[in-house]
Design a protein around this ligand. Structure first.
Ligand code: HGY
Ligand code: MN
Ligand code: MN
Length: 416
């Protein structure tokens, strides 16, 4: 005999249509999205999301980092709410589903509860976290980090993008500086639905990832200073080539990650070469090393080895070397009770599932510091993400959102 509501499912067509509509805002050049944080496209996407929340009867609150909180009332207004959400900002060559599935999947859960006239004891809050990606303003998960007390608001407001624009000014420019103090809201729980962004679930034939942990991360911004000079007339022995230093350190980052297998990754994704002219030896290069591991010991070891390697390469080449820690969080263990709730929901719904460690960072990693938190994942095609060709199936999107629905019903407590 199915339990009450056991067969409830979300409206997959409505969800897919909302994902498609949001993807039209800040389109990329190859079918994905370029809706970077605090741009006009982000503003447009926020307004579409706010309109949908209003149409669903939700009450919108916005804090001073632009985090958006759309509340569906529960029968007990004093009960701490259940938060569900993710992020609407994308990478410059991002996909349609990274983050967006978590926000619009949460909205679909609310729309489904409205359709069915379900009342929960706890309020439910659909959430859009500002600047999860960190592509324009480092670090990633900036606003959820302020909410969790990791960063000060002043630090966040003073972050600058590659053009020197200031986060606080850009947030004001698009009109999303809310009146709520950041972090004042208290949560009973936070649930985040997200695409896996890796190949495991698809390869294992699973529809659901029950996320038990998240790997830790360091972003080390390295500035190498050498000497601009002519690429033609400068003898090799006289060169002080910052570009060569960056190349050697990039190779060392790869070797260090490979030496800590399994469960270690490392790469350099962002490089600024100055003056970036074809016939000038670069006198300055600024680049960010991204290293990660679910194991604290490996993460700490890799950081130390990368820093040693950077200074050694710089010394070999006579370069100045500065290293700034622009992003970091230690490996995360999500709430065991909520993990069991997610696993139970997948089980009851008949979805093939497995426990998984998140390879990517998420807002849930910081919110886990201030409230019981868990993630639900669905597969993505070929594990590809942070690429405009990112793809999921409507069935995977529906499976993840169905599990989110059932986990939410359990945690928010159905009254009628
Ligand atoms: O970097 C990350 O893991 C996330 O996509 N911001
Ligand atoms: Mn994401
Ligand atoms: Mn991302």
């Amino acid at each position: 005999m199915p339990a009450p509501g056991e067969n409830l499912r979300i409206n997959s067509e409505r969800l897919w249509d909302s994902l498609d509509q949001m993807a039209q805002i800040g389109p990329g050049v190859a079918g994905g999205c370029n809706r970077q944080t605090l741009t006009d496209a982000d503003n447009e996407g926020r307004h579409l999301f706010a309109d949908w929340c209003e149409a669903a009867g939700l009450t919108m609150g916005v804090d001073q980092m632009g985090n958006m909180f759309a509340t569906r009332a529960g029968s007990d207004p004093e009960a701490l709410p259940v938060y569900m959400g993710s992020h609407l900002d994308t990478q410059p060559t991002g996909g349609r589903y990274d983050g967006v599935l978590g926000v619009l999947g949460a909205l679909e859960v609310v729309r489904t509860l409205n359709d069915l006239g379900v009342t929960t004891r706890r309020p439910i809050v659909v959430t859009n976290w500002t600047n999860e990606e960190g592509a324009r303003f480092a670090p990633a998960m900036l606003a959820s980090g302020v909410f969790a007390g990791i960063h000060s608001q002043d630090y966040a407001y003073d972050r600058r993008d590659p053009e020197g624009k200031r986060f606080g000014d850009e947030l004001a420019r698009i009109g999303w500086v809310g009146d709520e103090a950041v972090g004042a809201r208290k949560m009973h729980a936070m649930l985040e639905l997200h695409i896996e962004q890796g190949p495991i679930l698809e390869a294992e034939g699973k529809q659901i990832g029950v996320v038990t942990h998240g790997q830790g991360l360091w972003w080390l911004e390295i500035t190498l200073t050498g000497k601009d000079a002519h690429t033609g007339s400068t003898p090799m022995a006289m060169r002080v080539n910052a570009g060569l230093g960056m190349a050697r350190i990039t190779e060392r980052v790869h070797q260090i990650a490979m030496s800590h297998q399994p469960n270690a990754v490392g790469a350099v994704g962002q490089v600024f070469v100055h003056p970036n002219s074809r016939n000038v030896i670069p006198g300055k290069v600024v680049f960010t090393v991204d290293i990660r591991s679910p194991e604290q010991g490996k993460l700490d070891a890799m950081k130390a080895e990368v820093m040693r390697a950077a200074h050694a390469v710089a010394a070999e080449l006579g370069l100045g070397c500065g290293i700034e820690e622009v992003g970091h969080f230690d490996p995360v263990t999500f709430d065991a009770g909520l993990v069991a709730t997610v696993r139970g929901a997948a089980e009851r719904l008949g979805y093939a599932h497995m426990d998984i460690v998140s390879g990517a960072g998420h807002d849930a990693c910081w919110i886990n510091r201030v409230a019981p938190t868990v993630m639900v994942m669905c597969p993505c095609v070929g594990g590809l993400s942070h690429n405009e060709a990112e793809e999921i199936s409507p069935a995977w999107a529906a499976a993840g959102t169905d599990v989110l629905l059932h986990a939410c019903l359990e945690v928010a407590e159905v009254v009628s």
